[in-house]
Design a protein around this ligand. Structure first.
Ligand code: ACO
Length: 350
């Protein structure tokens, strides 16, 4: 039995907010933002998290050739749904018409997609479900204080999706879409036939709630007959100790990857791509150095989209897939980190 990705999709809003535009809003510069983060622009939604999630999901479904009625499970990794309830996954279900699917959201901030992917794959592996739609979708633009130059330059909105299917060994469709072909892929050594069977796992998920204060966003304040109005507090903006988060990321991400690869029994040299959460180019470069792997194995798109939180990994995965850069048997290591603090990693053979 194998769990594999049979379709990917992504969506980013049309409206772009460039560094030049931010220069007009806060005291910053294109040069500072590029040098410290690698970000040049970000996309901002006018429709919200559910709309982006649905568009990304439709693209993944289309690629896989799967009808909504065949969907067993929908998990949306998001911390910025349009509503506290119903959950985004239920709204996606309604938009797709996936009436049979069980639906829930998973909140792990920027680790949301990875945690959702791992969770869904366990349901499939247990035999509970055969197919699962996993979406990472976030609207960080509504959580930032647009007058705070320390945070507003970092984030963008978007959604990405992956469609998982459980298949019996030897009876599986081509990875990355039932219709996909090898044509157009980069000319690289491919694994031998025996090692080319698509699969997912091992994976790891970690959290350190004790350090949650370094990256936080308050939800609705308490309002009830026992709380005095003046003590109620406000809806908060995202607050972050950037240097702490930076230090946390450059330590935990390589450690997680090393542990993951040891568990998988795969040397880092064998990994075709490390698909990392797109928060900061310097964080990614530091992870590459620590892993002693060339930066070319660490694809990036954060220059165009900024940090899209739970959406960043599936957007990147979809871009790699649609550009024909993933071939059957390619070994991938996914890793992310975010508020919580949370971090995790997933090994998969495409
Ligand atoms: N433009 C110009 N100057 C700025 C800006 C800005 N946008 N922001 C901060 N500065 C200034 C600071 O005020 C400071 O000035 P000072 O020296 O006069 O005090 C100086 O630049 C240096 O500030 P630092 O905070 O030390 O800058 P640093 O090099 O650490 O970069 C950054 C800041 C980009 C936020 C970095 O710390 C970082 O990327 N951290 C990780 C953040 C992250 O990944 N967050 C997402 C987590 S995922 C999730 O779950 C949402």
């Amino acid at each position: 039995m194998r769990i594999k990705i049979i379709g990917t999709g992504s969506f980013v809003p049309e409206k772009a907010l460039s560094n030049a535009a931010l220069e007009q809003m806060v005291e910053t510069s294109d040069a500072w933002i590029r040098e410290r983060t690698g970000i040049g622009s970000r996309r901002i939604t006018e429709t919200g998290t559910t709309d982006m999630a649905v568009r990304a999901a439709r693209r993944a479904m289309e690629m896989a050739g799967l009808s909504p009625g065949e969907l067993d499970l929908i998990v949306v990794g998001t911390s910025t749904g349009d509503c506290l309830f119903p959950g985004t996954a239920c709204e996606v279900q309604a938009a797709l018409g996936a009436e049979r699917a069980a639906c829930f959201d998973l909140s792990a901030a920027c680790s949301g997609f990875l945690f959702s992917l791992n969770t869904a794959s366990v349901y499939l592996e247990a035999g509970t479900y055969r197919t699962a739609l996993v979406v990472g979708a976030d609207t960080l633009s509504k959580t930032v204080d647009w007058s705070d130059r320390g945070t507003c330059i970092l984030f963008g909105d978007g959604a990405g999706a992956a469609l998982l299917e459980r298949t019996e060994s030897g009876a599986e469709p081509e990875a990355g879409g039932r219709k996909s072909e090898d044509a157009g892929r980069e000319n690289v050594d491919r694994p031998a036939a025996g090692e080319r069977e698509s699969r997912m796992g091992p994976f790891l998920m970690r959290a350190d709630g004790g350090r949650g204060g370094v990256l936080r966003c308050q939800a609705a304040p308490l309002r009830n007959p026992f709380i005095k109005e003046e003590n109620a507090g406000d809806f908060g903006y995202l607050s972050m100790n950037g240097q702490e988060v930076f230090r946390f990321a450059v330590k935990t991400v390589p450690e997680a990857l090393e542990e993951l690869l040891a568990k998988a029994g795969v040397p880092a040299e064998d990994i075709r791509y490390f698909v990392l959460h797109q928060a900061n180019e310097r964080i990614i470069a530091s992870v590459a150095k620590r892993m002693r792997q060339p930066l070319s194995k660490f694809p990036m798109n954060l220059e165009h989209y900024g940090n899209t939180s739970g959406a960043s990994i599936p957007i990147l995965l979809d871009e790699l897939n649609r550009e024909g850069r993933l071939g059957r048997g390619d070994k991938l290591a996914l890793a992310g980190f975010g508020a919580g603090l949370t971090w995790g990693a997933t090994y998969l053979v495409w």
